[in-house]
Design a protein around this ligand. Sequence first.
Ligand SMILES: Cc1ncc(COP(=O)(O)O)c(C=O)c1O
Length: 358
Amino acid sequence: MKINVTKTYLPSKEKYQKYVDKIYESGWITNNGPLVQELEKRLAEYLDVKNIVLVANGTLALEVAYRVLDLKGEVLTTPFSFVATTTSLINCGLKPLFCDIDTASLNLDPQNMQELINEKTSAIVPVHVFGNACNVEEIAKIAKKNNLKIIYDAAHAFGVKYKNRSLLSYGDISTLSFHATKLFHTIEGGALIIDDDKLAKKARNIINFGIESAESITNLGTNAKMNEFEAAMGLCILDDIKELQSKRKILYDIYIKELNKIVKFPQQNSESTINYSYFPIILKDDKERLTVEKALQTKEVFPRRYFYPSLDTLNFIEPKQFCSISRDISTKILCLPLYSELTVNEQKMIIKIIKEQF
Ligand SMILES: Cc1ncc(COP(=O)(O)O)c(C=O)c1O
């Protein structure tokens, strides 16, 4: 049977059906319905954050964040991420300036930032890649010195704590993706985490077309609302999240134990917890990556090249930029299958195939 890099978790059908019954009773299916409100409340508690605004997906979460903060001009960001980190900027009329990553953590390297900052720079958009915390203190220092906003693309960082505090509470805004492939999902969905109450209110306005009241439109808005069926999925999965993570932890620990002598892993931030979202391995070079990938594919195992290509290579990016570390890493990284329903026997087979290539 085919083993993909991830498998969408579906909660109990009966439990989901109960929520669907409620939706049918009320007839309220979107526009900040009761289940969206309930999920916001429960997530704020679970994640230990002040304000959470649920939206339709993680890409819109980023775009709404840029609008909330009135970003203009150029934005420093990472070339080593999912494409939406960059395209969200371009779609909002902003210019991405790529700053190369740290070879060990694969997160933005603050040492490369200062030289790129100029009078047109308005913000930094780092990514906590694979849920591993960025160097938040250094990034905050640079942002303060240069009067820049920070928007963390925290799409992978659901539930991660940094120094005993939610990692999502760092920066001006953090965004999450609740896509079906994520650890916690709402089919499609996302969220903005915003400490400042006024900005959170502005985000709520922007996600609803900028409409303040029946006769007043106060911001350039969009439609980024989450619907009730999505919120229902989230409410069901939130009940199971601890159990899902403990199953992933078992698999994660086995991968580390079995593979640590033959491949490298990104360096984990020692002050941050792990949420077991992904299991990336770094091979020696492109050739070795291809050998391992082909061998797995032959046995119907499909790891993913997260992230490839490096975003500084995209043909629609102007001006042309070159981030050598990101380009190099993107050719030799693979994410291995990791999801709660992956069996220990399936994992054994994956590990055996990889070991046979060395
Ligand atoms: C780092 C990162 N940013 C943004 C996104 C976009 O999120 P969505 O698919 O919910 O629009 C993703 C999605 O996979 C992601 O991995």
